[in-house]
Write a protein that binds this ligand. Structure first.
Ligand SMILES: Nc1ncnc2c1ncn2[C@@H]1O[C@H](COP(=O)(O)OP(=O)(O)O)[C@@H](O)[C@H]1O
Ligand SMILES: [Mg+2]
Length: 263
């Protein structure tokens, strides 16, 4: 099994959109997929078909983990799971109060490998994949997700703030995971400023590759509001092709399905 962390250095960049869509498109390609919501905003479930925010999940497991020094108690991490219509096994974050979220932060600080140890308990075939949604980087959750990941997808809208913060945090991200790739999201090539920012990003990111560009598409949030997928409702839009392109990119990076079936 491989682990993919979806991160970004600005809010509203499209992390949850990318994590949910990627999970579903990989499941539709026949992969075993676990989608983990490691963001206290608890929104991944809404994308994956839940009608209401999940009350309980991995956040509670972290909060209730016994605090024996030196060990990470991950026993409750996978107690609350749910399978969506596309076969994605979903692990919600759950609702936490501000104080509980602060306590979780402290626990993650004390146990920097907590998520990695929890993920090691998942029994998926070699061709399987865990996709982790995260709060904005830097945060304890996003850092743990990046450290646990084989691949970090950094969602970056082509605006100056997103690119400047991405470049500032790139060394830390590369420290956490050697394989970092950029997903440019909300691209509008008609805007000259975006072209300039993208050129700056390419120059500043050094060898970090762009995995995919996803175009701005008003029908994307509209489809979400109707509980549908852009790829199903508007399959001929550029953004729909882009999202399939991202799934193809990741699918090609993952171990072949046939190899794992044969093993
Ligand atoms: N390519 C896109 N085109 C149009 N809207 C988008 C696109 N990507 C994301 N959005 C919208 O932007 C908003 C923020 O996305 P979200 O995935 O919640 O960001 P994050 O998880 O990084 O905070 C959502 O309303 C989402 O539907
Ligand atoms: Mg989000």
């Amino acid at each position: 099994m491989k682990t993919i962390a979806v991160v970004s250095t600005t809010g509203g960049a499209g992390r949850t959109t990318v994590a949910a869509t990627l999970a579903v498109l990989l499941a539709r390609r026949g992969r075993d997929v676990v989608a983990i919501d490691f963001d206290w905003q608890n929104m991944l479930g809404a994308w994956l078909g839940l009608d209401a925010l999940a009350p309980r999940g991995i956040g509670e497991a972290l909060l209730c983990a016994s605090d024996t020094s030196g060990t990470s108690d991950t026993s409750g991490a996978w107690e609350h799971t749910w399978r969506n219509d596309d076969g994605v096994l979903f692990v919600p974050h759950g609702q936490l109060t501000l104080d509980e979220a602060a306590a979780c932060d402290a626990r993650l600080a004390a146990h920097p490998q907590w998520l990695r140890h929890a993920i090691a308990q998942i029994a998926l075939p070699a061709s399987g994949v865990a996709v982790i949604d995260t709060p904005r980087y830097p945060s304890r959750q996003a850092q743990q997700a990046a450290c646990a990941a084989d691949l970090v997808l950094c969602v970056c809208p082509p605006d100056p703030a997103a690119c400047a913060t991405f470049v500032a945090h790139l060394p830390a991200l590369l420290d956490a995971c050697r394989d970092v790739r950029i997903v440019v999201n909300r691209l509008n090539p008609a805007r000259e400023m975006q072209r300039d920012v993208l050129a700056m990003l390419r120059a500043a990111a050094g060898g970090v590759p762009v995995a995919q560009r996803i175009h701005m598409e008003a029908a994307l949030p509209e489809a979400f509001a109707r509980g549908a997928w852009l790829m199903d409702e508007a399959p001929h839009t550029q953004a729909s092709h882009d999202l399939h392109g991202l799934a193809h990119h990741v699918d090609a990076w993952l171990p072949a399905l046939e190899a794992s079936i044969a093993a």
